[in-house]
Design a protein around this ligand. Structure first.
Ligand code: ZN
Length: 326
């Protein structure tokens, strides 16, 4: 076996059991909990030629550099320039799955359902209704509500939950505890995403974000500059707007219960201040608005992002501004 399962995923594998009597698995859960890792691990187990052995490392399947080099491992990726898997890609997969396996064992198809549209779901449904022999399907998704009931009911649904802080921290032990804790807070305790944050410059982006937001609330004078800068860093834009949403959520929580100690360590002072000094109805309105902008930015629509962001900043400044109250 090439992959080791992170500790919080081990139980899920035990739940499925060694029998692996289902032919379709759907692994569900938030982004950053390790769904793909789990899918790959399951695929390795299904393709291993010494399945009876607990820790096989000698068979052909287990000796491949990566599981997707295995001739009986199949997947579909989103093609360059596309947002979803194209309808033309499915017949190719179906054809391969009806062939005899190269290694006279199982065939495995691994697929992220979040990249499928309704054509894709229809193709999958057909093959799930009459699956080829010795073929296993392993699906992953962060958006269960977008999957048709007909697909859900044909799969063994496995829900990956957020791990305990202890397990998450021990998995992130290569970083300092302070860093690890901070990135877990920012990612709602999703360790894989937290690690991604720590390995890239996300924590630095976060620091700049807090400066920018404080600037908007304190004075409002930098709105145009900040907006220009955020638009230039388009990749991180949805994440920043999501962080804005989080500040407002925390504000509402602090307002409802002022005995709360901590919510999001590095922005708590902003949220707490707003909860004490702003009309909570305004915060609610702003939350609706910010949330709407976030989903537009995340869905990558063609709207004028700079204009939208500018007006959002103006509303934040207008409704939350400290300077105008003094
Ligand atoms: Zn093996």
């Amino acid at each position: 076996m090439k992959n080791n399962l992170p500790i919080w995923l081990e139980d899920y594998f035990d739940q499925i059991g060694r029998g692996l009597s289902h032919h379709a698995f759907l692994i569900l859960g938030k982004k950053g909990l390790g769904k793909s890792l789990f899918a790959e691990y399951l695929a390795e187990k299904l393709l291993c030629q010494n399945a009876e052995t607990n820790d096989c490392s000698s068979c052909f399947a287990c000796n491949l550099e990566s599981i997707d080099d295995h001739p009986d491992y199949h997947t579909l990726n989103v093609l360059d320039g596309k947002k979803l898997i194209s309808i033309e890609q499915f017949p190719e997969l179906v054809l391969k799955l009806f062939e005899t396996p190269f290694l006279q064992k199982n065939k495995v198809a691994v697929l992220n359902l979040d990249s499928c549209n309704h054509h894709g779901f229809n193709s999958l449904l057909k093959i799930l209704e009459e699956p080829p022999k010795n073929t296993f399907f392993i699906f992953t998704s962060s958006f269960r509500h977008l999957i048709p009931e007909t697909i859900l009911s044909r799969c063994l649904n496995i829900y990956i939950k957020t791990p305990s802080t202890k397990d998450a921290l021990s998995w992130l032990s290569e970083f300092t505890e302070e860093e690890a804790k901070m990135s877990l807070t920012l990612t709602d305790n999703c360790p894989i995403l937290a690690k991604e944050y720590l390995k890239t410059n996300t924590m630095q982006i976060r620091e700049e974000f807090i400066n920018d937001i404080s600037g908007i609330i304190k004075s409002g004078k930098d709105i145009v500059t900040i907006s220009k800068k955020w638009i230039e860093e388009l990749d991180t834009l949805p994440m920043k707007v999501e962080w804005m949403v989080k500040i407002l959520y925390d504000t509402i929580k602090f307002h409802a219960d002022d005995s709360l100690q901590k919510l999001t360590e590095d922005t708590d002072n902003i949220s707490r201040y707003l909860s004490q000094n702003t009309h909570i109805e305004k915060v609610h309105n702003l939350l609706t608005q910010t949330n709407a902008i976030w989903s537009q930015f995340s869905s990558d629509s063609n709207l004028n992002k700079e204009y939208q962001l500018n007006s959002l900043f103006i509303d934040w400044e207008k409704l939350l501004s400290i300077s105008k109250k003094v």
